[in-house]
Design a protein around this ligand. Structure first.
Ligand SMILES: [Ca+2]
Ligand SMILES: [Ca+2]
Length: 235
């Protein structure tokens, strides 16, 4: 029996299984916990063991797509010359200062007032200053710091091109390569599995196969199969 001479890709539906949310969220929470542990306790700056004056802060992280109604706590800038009497005025400038990020000028606490999108902007560069409230004299050199936006798995893989249309000669042997499709996920590929793409065939899976990692498709079984790569898909 003659096999179909041409296979339209509309016959192939590849599914994309994105691996997901929970892992990213857990990592995010662990990061914040570590930051909290590293942050100096109230009054620590007064320790007699501390001999060097200067800024006290950590690298700041803020999770993207925060949906709470209250401003999201980002972190705290603090001069270890601060004796807690309110005589120091903390200010920030730079990207988002005064709009996206607001600071309590007495405590140095920074909050984010807007929902952030890591896929739109991954970090913000700001500067901090500590001045004497009465004289306006700088108490520390102005210092740059970065607020990084922590990823969550909120993006779905998308095919870079498409619809894909492949063809294979009739009577082709099993395993004949049909085409390769490629999908991309906008989440952070550097941690977790949020940006991982897995390919699979949704229809005609008895005829075509796809490599779940590569996206290469080929003919399978008595007829054809297909492949691919990364997580994704829909032809
Ligand atoms: Ca994703
Ligand atoms: Ca994301």
């Amino acid at each position: 029996m003659a096999l179909p001479g041409r296979l339209g890709t509309e016959a192939l539906l590849l599914l994309l299984l994105a691996l997901q949310l929970h892992f990213g969220l857990v990592v995010s929470m662990v990061t914040k916990t570590n930051l909290a542990q590293d942050r100096p306790e109230e009054g620590e700056s007064m320790s007699h063991e501390r001999v060097k004056r200067g800024w006290v802060w950590n690298q700041f992280f803020v999770v993207e797509e925060y949906t709470g109604t209250e401003p999201l706590y980002v972190g705290k800038i603090h001069s270890d010359s601060d004796e807690g009497d309110g005589s120091i005025k903390y200010t920030i400038s730079g990207e988002g200062a005064g709009t996206i990020f607001i600071i309590d000028e007495i405590t140095g606490d920074i909050h984010a007032t807007e929902r952030l999108d890591r896929e739109e902007k991954t970090f913000y560069t700001l500067r901090a200053q500590a001045r004497d409230r009465l004289t306006d004299r700088p108490l520390e050199p102005e210092s740059e710091f970065i607020i990084k936006v922590q990823d969550i798995n909120d993006s779905e893989p998308k095919f870079l091109e498409g619809p894909y249309i492949g063809s294979v000669p009739e009577l082709s042997p099993i395993g004949t390569s049909v085409m390769k499709v490629t999908a991309s996920d906008a989440d952070d590929p550097t941690y977790g599995s949020s940006a991982r793409v897995i390919y699979s065939v949704l229809e005609e899976e008895k005829i075509f196969t796809v490599d779940s990692k590569t996206g290469k498709s080929s003919t399978d079984n008595q007829r054809f199969s297909v492949y691919h790569q990364n997580p994704l898909l829909k032809l």
